[in-house]
Design a binder for this molecule. Structure first.
Ligand code: BES
Ligand code: MN
Ligand code: ZN
Length: 495
């Protein structure tokens, strides 16, 4: 699929489908739209009347235009109230329009949308992101891939001339989101720790990034007992991934992004029972997927920021080698952990990954993890938890998230709750009581970061969707990639 930032207006464009974004205030039709209506012999007004279209956000309608017209089909998509239109509105409505064009078997789509924040670059990027993400279809595991054929081949962003670089930015970001989606959607017999390492290798090779993959022996030498405890039962060897993007010239900032990379979480000897969603636990590398997706985007966007992408990838399985409930592990910072539940494994892998990240001397660390079911209970499927004791960094992530439309909600790091992790025999247990389960998980991670500004993002809910949702399709969502990229780009300009 190809995008074109076109100077053509909706009155002059010709192609298969012309779809117009209409706010509530655009009705009754006036000016250009009245002229367009006239041009199509009143069909636009007829369509509006026929479906009682009021401009409600996301509502769509389409009709065939008679022979001899410039376009084969004319469609409308509601934008809601003008004052409430944001970049996210454009992403969602461009997605609706692209889906409509696909359903109507249109190879070329002309999209006419209003400017958001009087900013043509932002507008073009948002429209392209929404359309690209909505049109991405993953048929890798279907033997019959005939419905995988791209229908929409060209999208023309009307009245947005000269926005080619915004389209390239959107394409780079969506490349990263789509990589993350495909990593999450692939089953655990396809995406293994080795596959994640190979994916990092592919990014490094394609874009000239530095890559270090630590094997089990190297992790042992670094004392990563918490991570290796989790990896022990699997036949698949652990892969500790450290991918580095370095800008040309002196970096303005040094950042680390750490992703939980459990390619399957059986729960270990505290095995997940039927009904607990064990068959979904291929998604437990959603944090690592977002980390690699962000790397793929950032490698193309080339900000003047150094970024370290880290994942302690492993599989949480059972075997005669498995760590036992009650085992005591020693992490690479020397802290000892009584494993009272082998299913609280993500925090064990993150412990050593966070220690590793901090040793790099970075200015900030962000981790993403499908860490707790409790976070889904608290915030539902669409909102991730945000934990931090650093106001500036928490604010920066929230600002970045706002710009992308990804939703986060800050939860407290109530120190008193660490009491629930107190162990008689070791420095801490890995699991506290059920109440506040996401908070004790965050407090556990905190034991492995000393002084670097740090944000923990619990993305257990939004990494996956069962239903079409905005520009997401059923499956992995690539959640987190766009916020990470936005955050890194913000460091670039110092804003
Ligand atoms: N990977 C799970 C968390 C999870 C659950 C992610 C559902 C996505 C969907 C994590 O490793 C886990 O098992 N957490 C336990 C923690 C408990 C043992 C303290 C949980 O949430 O039940
Ligand atoms: Mn688990
Ligand atoms: Zn897990």
């Amino acid at each position: 699929m190809e995008f074109h930032a076109s100077g053509t207006s909706c009155l002059d464009w010709s192609g298969d489908a012309l779809i117009i974004g209409l706010s509530e205030e655009a009705l009754p039709l006036s000016n250009t739209l009245a002229e367009l209506n006239h041009q199509v012999s009143g069909l636009l007004q007829e369509l509006i009347d026929e479906v009682e279209f009021t401009g409600k956000e996301g509502s769509t309608a389409i009709t065939r235009v008679g022979p001899g017209a410039k376009v084969r089909k004319l469609g409308i998509v509601g934008l809601g109230a003008t004052a409430a239109i944001t970049a996210e509105t454009l992403r969602r409505t461009a997605a609706a329009a692209a889906r409509l064009a696909k359903k109507e078997k249109c190879a070329s789509l002309g999209l006419s949308m209003p400017l958001v924040q009087q900013d043509a670059a932002l507008t073009a990027q948002a429209i392209a992101e929404g359309a690209l993400l909505a049109l991405h279809q993953d048929n890798r595991f279907k033997s019959d891939d005939k419905n995988g054929k791209a229908v929409v081949e060209h999208i023309y962003l009307l009245d947005l001339p000269g926005q080619e670089s915004s389209l390239q930015t959107a394409q780079a970001i969506c490349d990263g989101v789509i990589l993350a989606r495909e990593l999450v959607s692939a089953p655990a017999n396809v995406v293994t720790p080795e596959t994640l390492a190979q994916t990092a290798q592919d990014i490094a090779t394609a874009h000239g990034l530095e890559l270090e993959i630590l094997d089990q022996a190297q992790c042992e030498a670094l004392g990563m007992g918490a991570y290796l405890g989790v990896a022990k039962a699997s036949d698949l060897p652990p892969k500790f991934i450290h991918l580095t993007y370095k800008p040309t010239g002196t970096p303005t900032r040094k950042l680390a992004i750490v992703g939980k990379g459990l390619t399957f979480d059986s729960g270990g000897l505290n095995i997940k029972p039927t009904g607990s969603g064990i068959e979904m636990m291929k998604i437990d590398m959603g944090g690592a997927a977002a980390t690699l997706g962000a790397a793929k985007a950032i490698a193309q966007l080339k900000p003047s920021v150094e970024v370290h992408f880290i994942s302690a990838a492993a599989e949480n399985m059972i075997s005669g080698h498995a760590m036992r409930p009650g085992d005591i592990l020693t992490a690479s910072n020397g802290k000892t952990i009584e494993v009272n539940n082998t299913d609280a494994e993500g925090r064990l892998t993150l412990a050593d990954a966070l220690v590793f990240a901090e040793k790099l001397g970075v200015d900030a660390i962000v981790d993403l993890a499908t860490l707790t079911g409790a976070c889904i209970i608290a915030l539902g499927d669409d909102i991730a938890g945000l934990f931090s004791e650093n106001e500036d960094l928490a604010g920066a992530i929230a600002t970045a998230a706002n710009a992308t439309g990804e939703k986060f909600w800050r939860l407290p790091m109530e120190e008193k709750y660490f009491d629930g992790l107190k162990s008689i025999v070791a420095d801490m247990k890995n699991t506290g009581p059920r109440p506040g389960g996401s908070i004790t998980a965050a407090l556990f991670l905190k034991q492995f970061v000393t002084s670097t500004p740090w944000v923990h993002l619990d993305v257990a809910g939004p990494v996956w969707t069962e239903k079409e949702n905005g520009y997401n399709n059923p499956g992995g969502t690539g959640f987190g990639v766009r916020t990470l990229v936005q955050w890194v780009l913000m460091q670039n300009t110092g804003s």
